[in-house]
Design a protein around this ligand. Structure first.
Ligand SMILES: *Cc1c(COP(=O)(O)O)cnc(C)c1O
Length: 238
């Protein structure tokens, strides 16, 4: 069991390196280990193997694990990758070792998060989520609103550090073919940077999961979010 996790980590890191050699990545992409539904002990094991960035998308679960692992993983960096809801923002904001919130998709949520961080006297990395596939059940905004939000964060939210854009995309895409949803995120970053006078390579593109992260890297991903091929398939309690 134990060595499986470490082997998975090593082999995914190797796939990322290989992809970058083949496609020429603009910067070294990071691996976000998506640990939702997985026990704290599995996270601890990867932490001990040197991994630091972990993603969760259920607030309750993130809160519980962050408390459980606070002492044994003091340097862990939590990313909240779930849907942000107004009534959960203060809970998200108070997570111990929270590093980045990736799913912001409303200006109101940005304002509330800004207020929480100002109260705590610290700053937080945030990403704006794009609904690149236009599917109703997917979170995120269209391109116009993503650009507005990025501008809003940069100009009105001094305690939020805008670090880039994230997307999930449609699950129906062929994982080995050009993915229009990844391209939409790539184009969004380019347009925003052009309008805002920023350098595209200074900003993240969080895209690509277990089955399509190589394709995402090919299309410019700077952060892949990998769950099941790292931790094994998820089983959900009924
Ligand atoms: C669960 C999840 C992932 C990881 O999915 P896998 O297919 O298990 O790698 C990535 N991103 C988000 C937003 C998720 O909710």
């Amino acid at each position: 069991m134990s060595s499986d996790l470490k082997n998975n980590l090593v082999s995914i890191q190797e796939s990322i390196r290989n992809a970058c050699e083949r496609f020429g990545c603009e910067r070294k992409p990071s691996l976000l280990a998506v640990s939702k539904t997985k026990p704290a002990i599995a996270i601890k094991e990867l932490y001990d193997a040197g991994h630091r960035h972990f993603g969760e998308n259920y607030v309750q679960e993130l809160e519980a694990k962050s408390i459980e692992l606070a002492d044994s993983c003091p340097d862990i960096r939590w990313h909240y990758i779930g849907t942000v809801q107004s009534n959960k923002i203060s809970k998200i904001a108070s997570v111990h070792n929270l590093y980045c919130v990736e799913g912001l998709s409303s200006m109101k949520h940005c304002s509330v998060m800004q207020n929480e961080m100002a109260k705590q006297g610290r700053s937080l990395r945030v990403m704006v989520q794009m609904n690149s596939s236009g599917e109703e059940q997917k979170g995120g905004c269209d391109e116009t609103d993503c650009i507005k939000m990025a501008n809003f964060i940069c100009s009105e939210c001094p305690n939020l550090q805008f670090v880039g854009f994230m997307t999930i995309g449609s699950f129906d895409r062929d994982p080995n073919e050009f993915n229009p949803d990844f391209d939409a995120l790539y184009q969004l970053r380019g347009r925003w940077c052009q309008q805002a006078g920023k350098t595209a390579t200074d900003y993240e593109l969080s895209m690509g999961m277990s089955n399509d992260f190589v394709q995402a890297l090919k299309q410019g991903s700077t952060e892949v979010r990998v769950g099941s091929s790292l931790f094994g398939a998820r089983t959900y309690a009924k």
